[in-house]
Unconditional design. Structure first.
Length: 240
């Protein structure tokens, strides 16, 4: 799974690295080392504006809520690659609302026993030299009331853990290389016969990226979202 991650770059850097055509009004982002569910985070989508394909960044909330879902219903932060195209929660988004979720790494936890007590030790999964990563995501939109604006939410697609990432958890985000961004972000609605090809692309791409990932143990300070400073780069520093 992916339950916490970092986006340790500025909004301006995201615009440059992703070659965005623009951002939503109010798009501001500071380097952040702990993005948690139910918070807003940068997401990239392609849209057609006057028949022109435009790539833009905006800040939806992590935890998917389709327009038909109840306010107190589940808001999944992850969608399984194996069922993303068929599960009723994600099927519509997979067909027509695909996105990229920028990351610079993510966290997983493993249990251990110390002095008779169970503790959770975090690991940080990252690319070599903490290079930029882009995970496949899905978008959904809802309105809280008749007079409210549409609100955007997102989820991150995951797959079985592979290579180093698989050593710390049995699931991991589906990461894509830049070569696959255009195909995944295509704003056109896909047909029934295209879903299989897109799933195959995600599988191949994510295996390619997985082979490059590394892990390092980090401080337990990241464990408590209530007390940590999410802008503290010390959260991703290796500990012995």
């Amino acid at each position: 799974m992916c339950g916490r991650y970092s986006v340790a770059v500025s909004g301006a850097d995201l615009v440059d690295v992703l070659e965005l055509d623009g951002t939503d009004p109010g798009f501001e982002w500071e380097p952040t080392y702990s993005v948690a569910p139910r918070t807003r985070a940068p997401v990239i989508r392609d849209r057609l504006i006057d028949d022109q394909r435009v790539r833009e960044g905006f800040l939806p909330t992590w935890g998917l809520r389709p327009s038909w879902a109840k306010e107190k219903g589940p808001r999944p932060i992850n969608a399984r690659l194996e069922t993303a195209a068929t599960n009723g929660m994600f099927r519509s988004a997979f067909t027509s609302a695909r996105a990229l979720v920028p990351m610079t790494g993510y966290y997983e936890w493993q249990e251990a026993v110390e002095d008779g007590k169970t503790v959770k030790n975090p690991s940080y999964v990252h690319a070599p030299d903490d290079e930029f990563l882009a995970a496949a995501g899905l978008l959904a939109f809802h309105r809280g009331g008749d007079d409210e604006d549409w609100k955007a939410t997102f989820t991150i697609i995951t797959r079985t853990g592979e290579d180093a990432a698989g050593e710390v958890h049995d699931r991991m985000p589906v990461f894509l290389t830049p070569a696959a961004w255009d195909a995944w972000l295509d704003p056109e609605k896909i047909g029934k016969g295209q879903a299989g090809d897109l799933l195959d692309l995600l599988d191949v791409e994510s295996r390619t990226v997985a082979a490059t990932l590394r892990t390092r143990p980090v401080s337990r300070a990241v464990n408590d979202v209530r007390t940590l400073n999410r802008h503290d780069p010390g959260l991703i520093e290796a500990v012995v």
